[in-house]
Design a protein around this ligand. Sequence first.
Ligand code: NDP
Length: 602
Amino acid sequence: MSTQENYDDLDFDPVALREKYRLEREKRLREDGNEQYIEVKDDFSRYLDDPYVAPIKRDPVSDEVDVLVIGGGFGGLLAGARLKEAGIKDVRIVEKGGDFGGTWYWNRYPGAQCDIEAYVYLPLLEELNYVPKEKYSHAPEILAHSSAIGKHYDLYEKALFQTQVTNMQWDEDTARWTVETNKGDKVRARFVAMANGPLDRPKLPGIPGIDTYNGHTFHTSRWDYDYTGGSPEGGLTKLKDKRVAIIGTGATSVQCVPHVGEMAKQLYVFQRTPSGVDVRGNSPTDEKWAASLKPGWQKERMENFNALVSGVPQAEDLVNDGWTDLIGKMLEMFRKGEAGDGTGRSLPEIVELANFEKMNEIRARAEELVNDPNTAEELKPYYAMFCKRPCFHDDYLPTFNRPSVELIDTNGQGVDRITEKGVVVDGKEYEVDCIIFGTGFEVGTDYTRRAGYDIVGKQGQKLSDKWQDGMKTFHGMQSNGFPNCFLMSAQQGGFSANYPHLLNEVAVHLAHIVSHMKANDLTKVEASESAEAAWVEGIISGEGPAMQIGGEGCTPGYYNNEGKPNPKLRYGAFYSGGSIAFWDLLEKWREAGDFDGLEFSS
Ligand code: NDP
């Protein structure tokens, strides 16, 4: 263990920071962990209502399709696109929103914007011959691009919108899935792709009195523009005479607070844990650059970005932004540490010091941009980088300099109470006309709770029963006993900070297996028991990626199950070799052509 004397060469005190992080974490730990949140159902189910389109009325559909895709976000669109490209035409997407877009359909709050560079984040840019207008696209452009993908690949014709799956059952005799919905549909499908995404179900904070409030409320993922006026671009004119509370200061609130702060008569931002907010630096797309792009540019750029954020050195940093800088710097320290930096410090200590330095920069930014020293101090995050989602914004911190905006820091405890009139912290009641919940989405709750249905496989086996001790798949995509069903996620597969990149790799793999079966008249495929067992063993015994997010020593949040280790969640880990190795493994598996680990029948 180092002593403080070892740190004379540094201009900060790592021992004091370590202790500060520990104390900040400890005061946030709660016995109820992930149970602290209210499930959005029954009396709270109105928080799920779609404010963006009128309800669609249509007759129930009863027919058969080759592939039914559940979810019309980027995962479902990519599945549809790659299947169509592989010659599978009969594809139906079932989507609970009123259009394609998934997270970008729901999250239309003012200021919503991608924070992975748009040129690598938006899928299928070359296929659609489109270059985003800015380095970081705003939500309307992303929603429009989702719709353009749907049109380009003819995915609208068969799609069922505003439709939620209620039941999904395998029939061994006909080798078909029967999928039922809340619109009375009964669709038989040879294959089902589960593209229902990880952060789709809003959650509410379990604050006492939440149901007693008499004012207006909504969740950020169902923004009420009728109430606020304006649009995702801002201009919330109807808030001019309103006192507004925003509860939560995660990535969503960081983006919408500047707009609400600009227009509301009074804004109170209720904070439990501050986000780390780094420089954004958005810019319009350089048209000359866009015109100079050569075929293959998006794949090359996506791979370059993913390599850099995975710690694989590249000759050039094509994206060159907060992510590549951040992770690049940390990995550089890591490499220096491996080589020894001449101080005698251990590798983990060198990495920890690099992390402290980066977070010192983020904390200094709060001091630099926020005039009131107390508010600036309260906005400083005291936890390690990657304990929570890093945020990037140029207007969030300065918003607290507006006389009409007040940060109400709850010292890690959260809001005490909600009354008929407003929000109480530390005995003081803040009367407001409206409460906006920027309190995020369910993570780590059971699949059946989030989806609202179970998947019933061979011999009536429920997926929730099979997975009661943890997820079990082969390659993160197929589960024994659940033939012709493909999961599209990062769990037990490769994780990338650029989520659409991983969805694309999974979609390509799905299309490969399905087109092989169509070409060879094969009716059924499932993971063999032994291949699945070996894959699961590999996942749970893996060391995890070098850049581990949300470790147990972190401040609580959804990255670490609110600070409560849950052995079941180990099964949902990512492939320990990282996304590049995982996608390489899938590609070699496809090239080998023997479909090792799968069992087919005709
Ligand atoms: P988060 O889960 O990140 O944030 C929820 C917020 O609510 C936290 O600040 C949390 O505090 C706070 N909170 C919860 N309970 C209470 C309480 N009782 N009292 C006071 N505060 C409370 O949700 P977001 O919607 O912000 O973001 C979710 C994810 O969506 C992000 O992590 C990111 O992955 C994604 N996202 C991506 C964007 C992009 O790409 N551009 C933009 C926005 C979101 P605490 O931290 O203490 O738990």
